[in-house]
Design a protein around this ligand. Structure first.
Ligand code: HEM
Length: 224
């Protein structure tokens, strides 16, 4: 029994050692083209508020990379670079879980290495003054209206549904569902936050969830 535990322990130790060596080798390689924002470790340290952390970096570098034990993860907040990746053919940048299939140079000069992971950053992009102007972080939905009529923005700036050949096929359907739901709820109810002093924030996940939900009081609108 003790021999078995010893063997398992040895196996895990060798595995961790091999991972550590490959990680250190990757960190020491000098072909990580700048700007490098950190490593997997940096990402883990900031995991709790990861999207705010990358938003801070994106204010300084519109495109940057994190180094992982096996490759770089490139994060893009620049609409010109997002457009380049999304419009490129699927042999250059794969569709799901995007990876670069060959070396490339993005329109702003950022160099991509074959095998780099590629992500665009919808959350930071929604907050960048270089995309939306000085009031980027203000809640001002009328910015979407011109003379009272909704004007869509470029899908490479507002990237929730992606763009080009990769655009979400259910986009219009999703908008319709959201409009029906919102119109129905607002027509019948008034909403008030249970705790107005509490900051509404998120839980880091692939799709963002409200942290602990958003607690509201709903009261029926008067019929008068
Ligand atoms: C708010 C709701 C939604 C959001 C934010 C959203 C977002 C996206 C995104 C970002 C992609 C691209 C994925 C990729 O290429 O890596 C996508 C693809 C897709 N979405 Fe949506 N989607 C939504 C709702 C829907 C709905 C309701 C439907 C169907 C009725 C739908 C159908 C599709 C399909 C079929 C694709 C694949 C398109 C292709 O491979 O060419 N989506 N969606």
């Amino acid at each position: 029994m003790l021999t078995l535990i010893g063997l398992v322990f040895l196996f895990v130790a060798v595995l961790l050692g091999a991972l550590l060596v490959s990680y250190l080798k990757e960190l020491m390689l000098n072909d990580h083209r700048p700007p490098v924002a950190g490593s997997t470790l940096t990402m883990l340290i900031h995991f709790n508020k990861f999207f705010d952390y990358v938003a801070l970096i994106a204010k300084k570098h519109r495109t940057f990379r994190f180094i992982t034990p096996t490759h770089s993860e490139v994060y893009i907040a620049d609409p010109i670079n997002v457009e380049h990746v999304l419009k490129s053919n699927f042999q250059n940048y794969t569709k799901d879980g995007k990876y670069s299939e060959k070396d490339d140079v993005l329109p702003d000069g950022f160099k991509i290495k074959k095998g780099d992971g590629i992500s665009y950053m919808a959350y930071p992009m929604g907050r960048m003054t270089y995309i939306w102007g000085e009031d980027a972080e203000e809640f001002r939905p009328e910015r979407w209206l011109h003379d009272g009529v909704f004007q869509p923005e470029s899908p490479f700036k507002f990237t929730a549904f992606q763009g080009g050949p990769r655009i979400c096929l259910g986009k219009e359907f999703a908008y319709r569902q959201m409009k029906i739901m919102a119109a129905f709820l607002v027509f019948f109810f008034k909403f008030r936050l249970v705790d107005e002093s509490k900051e509404a924030t998120y839980r880091t996940m692939f799709t963002l969830h409200m942290d602990n939900g958003l607690h509201l009081y709903a009261s029926p609108r008067s019929k008068a």
